[in-house]
Design a protein around this ligand. Structure first.
Ligand code: SF4
Length: 222
């Protein structure tokens, strides 16, 4: 039987702008929703070089977990729930014990519950941030969310308490040097991400996805 594959664009560490603590953040590739003003349009299309076996992705996450001792895992994209089966398997195969798993989605939670594969991934999330990005509703008071229509669901009161405390600090932005380019990570105001990266020296319109990187040759983010 052929092993399932995922399309992953990047894994970064330590990310503090997408949830509490020092986290591993993983960006999947591929999204059919095409929200106007999406901060990551370079992740709409999947590319052959982003393909990775589920077992290899799980090993990769385990290695980062062993070496870095992260406090959480954030999965974003792209649309994670368009690869729900593969991502759920990665989390099942991984031996890592994440403090919490936060997953972003453009779907509404109710839609996810109607599909068995999406529901299986949803059940692995400690925190879910759902709903499409609506540019006109991008409001700085919507911490951890791109627009204020998006909702946050917590697995339990303890997780909610930890997140509420983190969210008191407001939106956060981090700049990473990634493959000789600047990558701005976090929840941005309208158009802020691309202008921040352009200001920091990334050539306009150039995206890391365009490199057609192959996971087999990557040493991973350190
Ligand atoms: S769901 Fe997310 S990744 Fe997809 S277009 Fe909307 S904002 Fe962009």
């Amino acid at each position: 039987m052929t092993e399932e594959v995922l399309y992953l664009d990047r894994v970064l560490w330590p990310v503090t702008a997408l949830g509490p603590g020092n986290r591993v953040a993983l960006w999947v590739s591929g999204c059919r929703r095409r929200c106007l003003g999406c901060a990551n349009p370079e992740l709409w299309e999947r590319r052959p070089g982003q393909k990775i076996l589920v077992s290899k992705a799980a090993d990769f996450l385990d290695r980062i977990w062993r070496e870095k001792n992260p406090e959480g895992l954030t999965i974003t994209g792209g649309e994670p729930f368009d690869q729900a089966g593969g991502l759920a398997k990665v989390l099942e195969c991984s031996k890592a014990s994440w403090g919490d798993v936060l997953i972003y989605t453009g779907y509404k939670r109710e839609e996810l519950l109607r599909d068995p594969y999406r529901k299986a991934l949803l059940l692995k999330a400690d925190v879910l941030i759902d709903g499409p990005y609506i540019e006109e509703r991008n409001n700085p008071s919507a911490v951890l969310r791109g627009s204020e229509n998006q909702r946050i669901f917590f697995r339990d009161a303890q997780t909610e308490k930890r997140y509420r405390k983190y969210m008191e600090e407001g939106r956060q932005i981090q700049n990473f040097v990634y493959d000789y380019q600047i990558l701005s990570v976090g929840i941005h105001q309208r158009g802020e991400r691309l202008s921040a990266e352009a200001e920091a020296g990334r050539p306009s319109g150039q995206t890391e996805s365009g490199r057609n990187r192959r996971w087999e040759n990557e040493g991973g983010q350190k």
